[in-house]
Design a protein around this ligand. Structure first.
Ligand code: SAH
Length: 472
């Protein structure tokens, strides 16, 4: 096999990144935008010893799971990896992906209900069916839109192509509310009208870097943050006026906040440390299952509110609280899971590394009338051991963790094992690091009781998992 060879080939599987996998003898080819079950024509692009990448030229026979893309930039944009895969098939793919990681990385005997019953050993871990959405479109409450300049000098907005900082131009995105597109257009007009220079990554010159839009789905509140390589946004009050008019026209949205975030860094972090209000407070409110949350631009907040409720309710169910428990919520963000837990626990401690998020968490607890929560600013792997040292005999019944993709720090896992709660609920957005951490926790005396995938990110390969492990 060599570069530029053309094959007609059957696609049999999908990588974790969403590329189709096809085999030529023992050689694996990864083909972006191919769906398992397709027969495709493809051209070899890049080869390694036992595998390589090929470009999809045409679909010769479509898979029964293939659907027409419902977005004009589905293949160019890095946002969705499986836009052309039927939704039920995508849910199954996510379930299998978790089972495979639990096997390969965690060393567990993970099965799905489709596996032969005889395959299930006594120690088998069942990965449940993925909980999916009724309507898997326009579910996101947040957009991060890069601003750039095209080759012809034109102002560009859209989304990054996969693994690059090339902007794929797009006016609308079917994962986001329609009003977001109107906001992008309004900011674009503002930038053009006042000839505000757009930031260039290569030279670190220019002002406008990104646009961050957030909407509280249950309150209708809209927050717009312009990320600038500088101090402020020229004529910001004019833009605020425009945005107010625009939101009024749409009915269900209320524009409440325009702010600038100052990001003078060279790196590719979207937000800088300082956010200043131009209009209204620099936060919006949203409500989840009757609990009200205030959210700052710099704070993490789950992007799919419909499935967030499903996820949190599952985490709460797994925690099986009766009102008398002491619970830790590690990586607590603005205290969302913490407050769900606090409704049924005696005491909830939260830990979060972003100071603004901790401030949000404390304010959210107070505004909802909770008196049984306490939040610490810092790294989970530092705060938890220090707390244990200062409080060696305080009993902890349940620990909930919801770390970023890189999973828990070894020091954090070790301290959890030392504290030894009856139950640990692990909420994860990355099955690979989840499997790695579960292996450590189970070697330390826990057993997996339930694994529940939740589809927070339809159209993409990403999946959220809630796992209950119990002390043996
Ligand atoms: N449970 C929250 C937040 C989950 S996202 C929710 O559902 O909304 C993960 C959070 O962990 C982010 O808020 C991030 O700022 C925080 N974080 C990242 N590394 C951390 C660490 N080492 N210690 C504590 N918090 C951390």
């Amino acid at each position: 096999m060599k570069n530029d060879d053309i094959f007609q080939i059957a696609v049999t599987d999908l990588t974790a990144e969403g590329e189709g996998i096809a085999h030529v003898d023992a050689f694996a080819l990864f083909i972006k935008d191919a769906v398992p079950g397709d027969t495709v024509e493809c051209r070899v692009m890049k080869l390694k010893k036992n595998y390589g990448w090929a470009k999809l030229l045409s679909v010769v026979t479509p898979s029964p799971d293939r659907i027409p893309a419902d977005c004009p930039v589905a293949r160019a944009c890095g946002g969705c990896q499986i836009r052309e895969m039927e939704y039920q098939a995508a849910l199954q793919f996510k379930q299998r992906k978790i089972a495979e990681d639990l096997k390969r990385i965690g060393g567990f005997d993970a099965v799905t209900e489709e596996d032969e019953p005889s395959a299930a050993s006594e120690n088998a871990v069942l990965v449940r069916k993925t909980l999916g959405m009724q309507d898997p479109l326009r579910y996101r409450n947040k957009a991060q839109v890069p601003f750039g300049i095209g080759k012809d000098g034109r102002l560009l907005t859209g989304f990054y192509a996969g693994r690059t900082h090339d902007i794929v131009e797009a006016d609308d995105c079917i994962l986001m509310p329609e009003i977001f597109s109107d906001v992008v257009k309004a900011v674009k007009r503002h930038v053009q009208h006042y000839k505000i220079p757009v930031y260039r990554e290569e030279t670190h010159e220019g002002l406008i870097r990104h646009l961050l839009i957030r909407k509280g789905f249950s309150t209708g509140e809209l927050m717009v943050t312009v990320v600038v390589n500088g101090d402020t946004l020229p004529f910001g009050e004019v833009l605020a006026f425009e945005l107010k008019n625009l939101a009024t026209k749409t009915g269900d949205t209320r524009f409440v906040s325009l702010s600038v975030n100052q990001n003078r860094s060279f790196g590719n972090a979207i937000l800088g440390p300082v956010t200043k209000s131009i209009y209204g407070p620099a936060f919006i409110a949203d409500e989840l299952d009757g609990v009200r949350f205030l959210i700052s631009p710099n704070s993490f907040y789950q992007v799919n509110p419909v499935m967030t409720e499903v996820l949190y309710k599952k985490a709460l169910e797994f925690a099986t609280l009766t009102g008398g428990e002491t619970v830790w919520d590690l990586y607590c963000g603005i205290g969302t899971i913490s407050l769900f837990l606090a409704r049924r626990a005696k005491k909830v401690y939260g830990v979060e590394v972003v100071p603004q998020a901790v401030e949000d968490a404390r304010r959210n607890a107070a505004e909802n009338g909770f008196v049984n929560t306490e939040f610490f600013t810092g790294k989970a792997e530092e705060v938890l051991p220090a707390w244990r040292e200062a409080n060696p005999s305080e009993a902890v019944d349940v620990i909930v963790v919801d770390p970023p993709r890189k999973g828990c720090d070894p020091e954090c896992l070790e301290t959890m094992l030392r504290i030894s709660p009856a139950r640990i609920v692990y909420v994860s957005c990355d099955p690979a690091t989840l499997s790695r951490d579960l292996k450590i926790l189970c070697a330390g005396g826990y057993r997996i009781q339930a694994v529940q995938p939740v589809d927070m990110f339809p159209g993409t390969v990403h999946v959220e998992t809630v796992v209950l492990i119990i002390r043996q």
